[in-house]
Ligand binder design. Structure first.
Ligand code: T46
Length: 134
C-alpha cells in the first residue's frame, strides 16, 4: 500500500480517432473504488478542499484543464500541478490538501476508496496538526 502522495502516469491509448485512458481498481488505481465524483464550474480565485481525511484514500485526475493541489502532511508542504489527463495524484489519508488555480473549464475527477462520510473529514487545520503530531 502506498503511503506517500505521488503522481501516477496513466497509460494513454490513442489512435487516429482520439484518446482513451482507463482507470482500474487495484491496477493503476491503488485501491478498490467505491465512489467517483467530479468538481467543475469553479470560479477564478476559488480554493477548495482545505481538509484531510482520516482513512480515505483517493486518486485525482484533471480530465479537462488543470489545477494545483497544495499538500501538507504536518511536517512538510508541496504543491503539485495537474494539467494533463494522463497524470493522476494519489492522495493518502492524513494529508491536508487544497485545490486552487483551476483553469477555465477544469474538470477534476476523483476516485475514492469509500462512500461519502463527513466523519472522515478533519476540516480544522489546528486539529489536523494535533492529530499528525500525536
Ligand atoms: C476531497 C477533495 C479533493 C457529497 O454529498 N458527496 C460527496 O461524495 C462529496 C465529495 C461531497 N459531498 C457534499 C459535501 C458538501 O456539502 O458536497 C459538498 C461539497 O463538498 P466539499 O466542500 O467537501 O468539496 P471540496 O471540493 O472542498 O472537497 C472534495 C471532497 O469533499 C474531498 O473529499 O478530498 O474534493
Amino acid at each position: 500500500m502506498a503511503l506517500e502522495p505521488h503522481l501516477i502516469k496513466l497509460d494513454l491509448k490513442g489512435d487516429e480517432r482520439g484518446s482513451l485512458i482507463a482507470l482500474e481498481a487495484l491496477r493503476n488505481v491503488p485501491f478498490a473504488i467505491k465512489r467517483t465524483y467530479f468538481i467543475f464550474g469553479t470560479l477564478p480565485g476559488v480554493r477548495r478542499g482545505k481538509h484531510a481525511h482520516r482513512r480515505l484514500r483517493q486518486l485525482a485526475v484533471c480530465v479537462h484543464g488543470g489545477c494545483k493541489i497544495a499538500l501538507d502532511d504536518g511536517r512538510s508542504q508541496a504543491t503539485v500541478e495537474l494539467k494533463s489527463p494522463d497524470m493522476a495524484l494519489y492522495v493518502p489519508p492524513m494529508l491536508w490538501h487544497e485545490m486552487f488555480d483551476f483553469s477555465e473549464g477544469c474538470v477534476l475527477l476523483v476516485l475514492a476508496e469509500d462512500h461519502y462520510d463527513e466523519r472522515d473529514y478533519i476540516r480544522n487545520y489546528e486539529q489536523f496538526l494535533l492529530s499528525v503530531r500525536k
